[in-house]
Design a protein around this ligand. Structure first.
Ligand code: ZN
Length: 360
């Protein structure tokens, strides 16, 4: 299993609207995987693979069955991670940020952060410390201790004089949290599993897929975390017959949460999303994924997310409407810097997507 690729995907910074570095990585990683690759005006990467029938030479168009066009399948994997943009630099050089996507501020205390003044070049990144404004525990009042600060109260300290910070950093620069990528037991832990896992699942599933009758349009979308924006425009240009949104979902099979609210269970395999608050998956597609998982003996679980959305929500309602399903990988501690994914769930997602594409 190609964990080296997953680590590179996870450690490459890219928030909504600043997907530049991640796009560059994707473009180099998918060389040879598609017949055609383009970047749309919003910045989404679209790779097209024409049918590769079992009995014909690769890369040649399939012989259509009596006037029928090949089924056009769109895959959507959002490239953006949650993070921040620099909003203000104060007189002492402290940086205030605007959230780009939703962090739980309870997870933002005492974090190393990375401010990225050059959207392309990671060697220019500046390391800093993120903390909420206020007093340390020794001198804080009881009322202060119980307070959960708003994101606007957090500041990044670059450890530099104010004039240097103002020279190096501009309003709108990307900032992300800095963290490691680790193997922990049977899992991997790091930030941005949501949704670097999906890029990995798409790339790895296509790598192990020599033959397919469908025309596959694999889209690495922009700006999902701020309202499913890039997937909508990409879908409009592709006009797919079927779309599979690939994403992560909550695995809240952890202490303090009743079993009926766990959403998905870590280690129980690929998640077939029945509904979330952005969409209801096409029932026929949910049943197709159930069937393929059963036939190929791939671990899978149906799942419902009461609150939260995915790219499928916007693809479904584009043009005259689309048949959409979402394939989701269970992730514990989602939207923190210690997101955790089970290796068996990752391979189940990869294998199920590949098996589905082989037969559609
Ligand atoms: Zn996501």
């Amino acid at each position: 299993m190609n964990l080296e690729l997953l680590e590179r995907l996870i450690q490459t910074a890219g928030i909504a609207g600043r997907e530049h570095r991640f796009r560059k990585l994707i473009l180099s990683e998918v060389k040879g995987l598609f017949d055609e690759v383009r970047v749309d005006p919003m910045g989404s990467v679209i790779g097209v693979r024409r049918p590769r029938p079992r009995n014909g030479p690769a890369k040649k168009a399939a012989k259509p069955k009596a006037g029928a066009k090949p089924t056009r399948v769109m895959l959507a994997a959002h490239m953006d991670q949650i993070g921040f943009m620099v909003r203000h630099i104060d007189e002492r050089g402290f940086i205030r940020v605007n959230p780009v996507g939703g962090f739980d501020t309870r997870n933002l205390f005492a974090r190393l952060a990375r401010v990225c003044p050059d959207v392309e070049d990671p060697s220019k990144d500046l390391l800093g410390v993120m903390n909420p404004a206020g007093k340390p525990i020794h001198i804080a009042s009881e009322a202060d201790k119980g307070k959960v600060p708003d994101i606007s109260e957090f500041a990044i300290d670059l450890g530099l004089p104010a004039e240097q910070v103002k020279k190096k950093v501009r309003i709108g620069d990307m900032a992300v949290l800095a963290t490691r990528f680790d193997r922990v037991g049977e899992t991997i832990v790091g930030q941005a599993m949501d949704n670097r896992i999906a890029a990995w699942v798409c790339i790895e599933s296509l790598r192990k897929l020599p033959h397919h009758d469908a025309e596959i349009h694999c889209v690495f979308t922009v700006q999902e975390e701020v309202g499913l924006r890039g997937a909508g425009t990409a879908s409009h240009s592709i006009e797919p017959d079927v779309a599979v949104s690939v994403d992560t979902t909550l695995a809240v099979d952890t202490p303090g949460v009743p079993d009926d609210q766990r959403v998905s269970k870590q280690g129980d395999g690929a998640g077939i999303l029945v509904m979330d608050s952005s969409m209801i998956s096409d029932l026929g597609l949910v049943e197709d994924f159930d069937r393929v998982a059963k036939e190929r003996k791939i671990k899978a679980q149906r799942t419902i997310l009461p609150r939260g959305g995915n790219d499928g929500g916007t693809i479904q309602v584009k043009n005259a409407g689309r048949r959409v399903v979402a394939l989701v990988c269970p992730v514990r501690y989602i939207h923190t810097v210690t997101e955790m994914a089970h290796l068996e769930d990752l391979t189940a997602c990869r294998d199920l997507l590949s098996a589905y594409l082989e037969q559609v």
